[in-house]
Design a protein. Structure first.
Length: 180
């Protein structure tokens, strides 16, 4: 690890031959402030290049994860959040839609907890569709929400999450009417 963080440390260690001497010499190259912890690693502020590298690596990791674990809604929620942070609104919307589909497993409409989870996810999805604002997006969202609300109301009409989603559906119908 030190060889990656401190490339000069290898040369210092080879010259001195002793780890202690290398550490002392390394501290001469990378002086510690009085308030820093002397644990052998000097914290450095990440550069823009390392931030971009981390973001790329995280994108690859999340991509691999979602290709293996396709039916876990939490993974899709995290991936959508990542795309939001990167400014990829279309990809975030796609991930939210996959999150909702993963939540619609067999019998979801008979289990209160599953209905609540899906209603919350559908509400997040609707925010993405509304931010897009196109007629096609508003129409697609209205059709999707209408199906979820209709099935959810059969057994859980009084549930606050179902009622919230119904309000979002009414808001969406108003927005769609204004767009026409």
């Amino acid at each position: 690890v030190e060889a990656i963080v401190y490339p000069q440390a290898d040369a210092i260690a080879d010259d001195g031959g002793e780890n202690e001497a290398a550490t002392i010499d390394m501290h001469a190259v990378y002086p510690l402030d009085d308030d820093d912890n002397d644990d052998g690693v000097v914290p450095r502020a990440p550069t823009a290049a390392s931030d971009a590298n981390y973001k790329t690596q995280l994108a690859k990791l999340l991509g691999r994860t979602t290709s293996i674990v396709t039916n876990n809604p939490k993974v899709w929620q995290v991936y959508a959040h990542f795309h939001d942070g990167c400014g990829h609104k279309a990809k975030a919307l796609e991930c939210r839609l996959k999150e909702c589909r993963a939540l619609q497993k067999a019998g979801w409409d008979k289990n209160q907890h599953d209905v609540e989870l899906l209603c919350r996810a559908a509400k997040r999805l609707s925010v993405s569709y509304i931010e897009d604002g196109s007629k096609a997006s508003l129409h697609a969202c209205r059709l999707y929400l209408r199906g979820v609300v209709k099935k959810s109301q059969v057994d859980f009409a009084d549930n606050p999450d179902v009622q919230d989603l119904q309000r979002v559906l009414h808001q969406l119908e108003t927005l769609e009417a204004q767009a026409n």
